[in-house]
Design a protein around this ligand. Structure first.
Ligand code: C2E
Ligand code: CA
Ligand code: CA
Length: 766
């Protein structure tokens, strides 16, 4: 018989049923049509489940041709997972309908192939069907699905690691591999120049590779199969992982139950013509594989896809950098700085913490640009940016927000006060600007004007804080640059002034500067009397300005303007120097032990050197600091408490007294007042004004007197104009009074003349 001659397949053993001889002959006769078309025939005895395979069918299934006892016998090479599909097609049934399925067979020689089994619709016994090889079609469809899915997947990926791990998973799922790894070439760190297993994916029970599993996670660039693939750029098959001497991890292969592998390089050429080899992909199968499997056909495409993704990410990174980083200085650009500040404000609001913001403008930068050229200007900006970045502590973010404008916010997080380090930081920035710049062998000296604003005191939005710090900086600039100014939301300088107001301010400021230099300022002294002791307790120094026209300008008018610039500090310094000199004269004229009260502005108290400087002034005048009392308003102490309170303590240590002026106008919390190093309170004259008729004012005055008694502070009533006010105050136990009734502000000579005798209001009227 024909089949007995077919030596390449084994002859049948005993058959379970007796197949018709004609059929047996047909099965054993080669069918050139079937062979050419890639299919084979089979017959099924429904009653017993016995099968008869033609020569061609037997070859496709990797079995002997002829009779088989049943499904397991005839389809022994089919993948176990696919047997239920076959069983469904071959199930004994009465109706002879058309049925088919796709299944996989595996052989050592050919690897994994796809077959289609179809039952022919013709009725009759035995049932008849065909089996066809569809591997090529299947591979084409898988490749198509794979390239579509992989492209989709790379588009939605944001990191290279993510791209690689998704790709490994997709190859396993679509192309039938069991697990895969990515070995990447390390560029930095301890493993620089070595290949590191950075990704692993498995759809099955394969253990994650680790050192315990005998797998080193870092190997030399030429070590083993992976190293060979990376260094040669050539893909490699590993037929038997457990016995291949080049595969470094046979123990892992046995443990994971993986048998064969395919490794290929991930490589690409970038636009600049450079060849990049970021790493090696290696896939494993529990089966032995044929060399014609589809992965090698796709490996170049997979490598290119990952490479494209890597390039796209690099481009996105450079776009992000372009969008966020200032090209010249490397600091955050304006827009990005705004975003970072806004985010920091949100965080601080949630935590209930503070943020400090410095707005820094370089002084005299334009002459450098104009005179030495833009390259020199750029060099200065770069050097300054470097200095700024170097002195920014953790929690600090610097940015370039304009041509020669920089900003820096300090977000110390929880547990710290933003203000604490802020002044030191601002001073350090000031010093950094003043440090010489070396440009083309030439040394340049510039300076900076710095405006400071605080979150949440001066605004809850980043834009608002920037605007306020900017306006504070602007005031420093107008006051002569090279300084630090805090935003003062309380004063008239809180908002950016209008053009007209600005012009007027500028004019007055210029005139004030002349006034200071030209001796147009003078001081008057107003008595503070002790009605119980019938004596003069102190005098308040009040500054006046006599214009060249002879007009006297009241401090109410010019002090607020001076307060918007550094000028107030110079005026204040002049007043205290004058007051100390005059006090020495008063003492010498017989008013021994008299105290002088001097008004201070907020800006003066932001200077940590104030105690030292005032001590020197008192010393130069021959005055004991115990006889000098500094008057501060509540607002000054509360708004800038972090800077002001340490200065107050230092002043007290040097012997100066401190009084709270206009008390009752602010909203000092009593608990904070208790901790302040003060010696007296001054009741604002608006409350004294209502005495004795206004019950509300009476109640307030009584309360302030109680507070003073409890805290052992002197209480002075200011603005006493009438006898009834004086009487009422006396009944309430207030004996320290200041006002037109007991004495108007007057020149030193007038004061000495009147008060070298005992103090009484009748004296003043005389
Ligand atoms: P102040 O510290 O509240 O000073 C008291 C003001 O009340 C003075 O006005 C004084 O003339 C006025 N005054 C005194 N007794 C009476 C009274 O019985 N009735 C009325 N209606 N007013 C009385 P002045 O001299 O115009 O000063 C105004 C403000 O200017 C001061 O208020 C103080 O805040 C500021 N000032 C004056 N001198 C200086 C200074 O040297 N430095 C600073 N930073 N501020 C100063
Ligand atoms: Ca005062
Ligand atoms: Ca006052």
């Amino acid at each position: 018989m024909e089949y007995q001659l077919a030596g390449h397949v084994r002859p049948p053993t005993q058959a379970a049923i007796a197949w018709p001889a004609a059929l047996l002959a047909r099965a054993g006769t080669p069918d050139p049509v079937a062979r050419a078309a890639g299919f084979g025939r089979w017959w099924l005895d429904r009653a017993s489940g016995a099968l008869l395979l033609s020569l061609e069918a037997a070859q496709l299934l990797g079995q002997r041709f002829g009779p088989h006892a049943g499904l397991r016998d005839a389809f022994g090479a089919a993948m176990a997972e696919d047997l239920p599909l076959l069983r469904a097609v071959l199930a004994p049934r009465q109706d002879a309908c058309h049925a088919e399925c796709e299944f996989r067979v595996h052989s050592r020689a050919d690897g994994l192939r796809w077959l289609r089994l179809a039952l022919l619709p013709a009725a009759g016994a035995p049932a008849e069907g065909v089996v066809a090889d569809i591997t090529a079609i299947k591979h084409a469809a898988m490749r198509e699905a794979f390239s579509f899915e992989s492209t989709q997947l790379m588009i939605g990926t944001h990191t290279l690691d993510e791209a690689v791990s998704k790709m490994i998973a997709l190859v396993c799922a679509d192309l039938g591999w069991d697990c895969g790894m990515y070995w990447s070439m390390e560029q930095s760190g301890a493993d620089a120049g070595r290949l590191v297993c950075s990704q692993f994916w498995s759809g099955g029970p394969h253990p994650v590779p680790d050192a315990a599993g005998g797998l080193r996670l870092s190997i030399g660039a030429r070590e083993g199969v992976v190293g060979a693939v990376w260094s040669s750029g050539q893909a490699r098959w590993i037929e038997d992982l457990a016995s291949d001497p080049e595969f470094l991890f046979p123990r892992y292969a046995r443990q994971a139950g993986i048998h064969s592998g395919y490794a290929f390089p991930v490589a690409y050429d970038s636009d600049d013509g450079c060849r990049h080899r970021p790493g090696v992909l290696i896939f494993f199968s529990c089966l032995a594989r044929q060399r014609a499997a589809q992965l090698p056909n796709l490996s170049a495409a997979i490598g290119a896809l990952i490479a494209q993704t890597a390039q796209r990410m690099a481009q996105q990174e450079s776009i992000r950098e372009l969008a966020q980083v200032d090209g010249l200085t490397g600091l955050a650009n304006r827009r990005h700085f705004h975003d970072l500040l806004a985010a920091a404000c949100k965080r601080a609001a949630a935590r209930g913490t503070a943020i400090g913001l410095l707005f820094i403008d370089l002084d005299r930068f334009k002459p450098i640009n104009d005179g030495l050229g833009h390259a020199a200007g750029d060099a200065v900006l770069r050097q300054f940016a470097q200095r700024l970045a170097a002195l920014a502590p953790p929690g600090c973010q610097a940015g370039r927000v304009g041509g020669d404008e920089f900003a820096l916010f300090f977000d110390p997080g929880t547990g710290q006060q933003a203000g604490a380090g802020l002044l030191a930081l601002a001073n350090a920035v000031l010093a950094a600007a003043r440090t010489r710049f070396l440009v083309n062998g030439r040394e340049l000296v510039i300076s900076a004007s710095i405006g400071v604003s605080l979150f949440p005191d001066h605004g809850r939005l980043g834009a608002e804080l920037l605007r306020h710090a900017d306006s504070a900086m602007y005031r420093v600039k107008r006051a002569g640059r090279n300084g630090i100014g805090f935003y003062s939301g309380d004063g008239p300088g809180g908002e950016l002034p209008s053009h007209a107001a600005l012009l007027q301010q500028l004019t007055v400021e210029a005139e004030l500067l002349d006034a200071l230099d030209g001796g147009q300022l003078f001081v008057e002294y107003q008595p503070v009397c002790d009605t119980a002791a019938q004596g003069l307790r102190a005098v308040e120094a009040l500054v006046r300005w006599r214009r060249p026209s002879g007009e006297i300008v009241r401090p109410d008018v010019f002090i607020p303007i001076a307060e918007q610039s550094h000028l107030i500090v110079d005026i204040g310094r002049w007043v205290i120097r004058q007051a100390c000199k005059d006090l020495a004269r008063m003492h010498a004229a017989g008013l021994e032990g008299l105290q002088v009260n001097v008004n201070m502005a907020a800006l003066e108290f932001l200077n940590v050197n104030l105690p030292l400087e005032l001590a020197a002034i008192a010393d130069a005048a021959g005055v004991d600091p115990h006889h000098v009392c500094l008057e501060l308003t509540e607002g000054m102490m509360m708004n800038h408490a972090e800077q002001v309170i340490p200065v107050m303590h230092a002043l007290r240590r040097r012997g100066f007294k401190i009084s709270v002026d206009d008390f009752g106008m602010g909203y000092s919390s009593l608990s904070r007042l208790k901790d302040l190093p003060i010696s007296s309170l001054k009741i604002d004259r608006s409350f004294v004004n209502g005495l004795p008729g206004d019950h509300h004012d009476c109640a307030i005055v009584r309360t302030i007197l109680d507070i003073g008694r409890n805290m052992q502070l002197d209480v002075i009533a200011e603005g006493v104009e009438t006898e009834s006010q004086l009487d009422h105050l006396g009944r309430l136990g207030c004996h320290l009074v200041q006002g037109y009734l007991t004495g108007r502000p007057m020149a030193l000579a007038a004061l000495v003349e009147r008060h070298a005798a005992p103090c009484s209001h009748t004296l003043v009227h005389s």
